[in-house]
Design a binder for this molecule. Structure first.
Ligand code: CU
Length: 169
């Protein structure tokens, strides 16, 4: 590879806002990711009722982990019943995440909806960033118990270099 090609690649990946990839829901497993459709509500271009992988989400807390290409964002964590997939309820206050780079952010205990234990549901994560509002969803089933501690601190972590700072507002 010639130098100018390498330089171009580096520029592409180091650019503060490269055109592809907005944010990825890592935990729980997302329904799907399509970069071009991520601004499409409610699930970034995928059906809220699609269930390729279903995660048991303990109502007393379950981790939600995200990687973002944006270094100053706001997240909303919401859920809907599979039987009413357009009626979203907020699980938490809004969360502001800042970082000097591309943050990995994991909140280990996002609360579920206790009254929905035993029911199929959809988790929706909304990212408000400089390029707009973006969506990712995960197929879940609310189950009793928790907080769930089955992920290691490697799997559910916050970036430390540069540091990720999260504030609930
Ligand atoms: Cu973006």
């Amino acid at each position: 590879m010639r130098f100018h090609q390498l330089f171009f690649l580096l520029l592409t990946f180091l650019s503060p806002h490269f055109a592809f990839a907005h944010f990825f829901l890592k935990i729980p497993a997302y329904i799907g990711y399509n970069d071009a459709l991520q601004a499409t509500a409610p699930c970034g271009g995928f059906s809220a009722t699609s269930r390729p992988v279903v995660t048991d989400f303990t109502v007393n807390g379950f981790p939600v982990g995200i990687t973002s290409t944006h270094n100053g964002v706001t997240y909303e964590f919401r859920a809907a019943l599979l039987s009413a997939p357009t009626t979203w309820v907020s699980l938490t206050p809004t969360c502001q995440v800042t970082s000097g780079g591309y943050p990995y952010f994991c909140e280990p205990q996002i609360p579920g909806v206790a009254a929905w234990a035993g029911q199929d549901a959809v988790l929706q994560v909304i990212q408000h960033a400089s390029d707009g509002t973006l969506y990712q969803c995960a197929a879940i089933k609310f189950v009793t118990g928790g907080p769930y501690t089955g992920y290691t601190t490697t799997q559910c972590r916050n970036s430390t270099s540069p540091a990720t700072n999260a504030v609930w507002v």
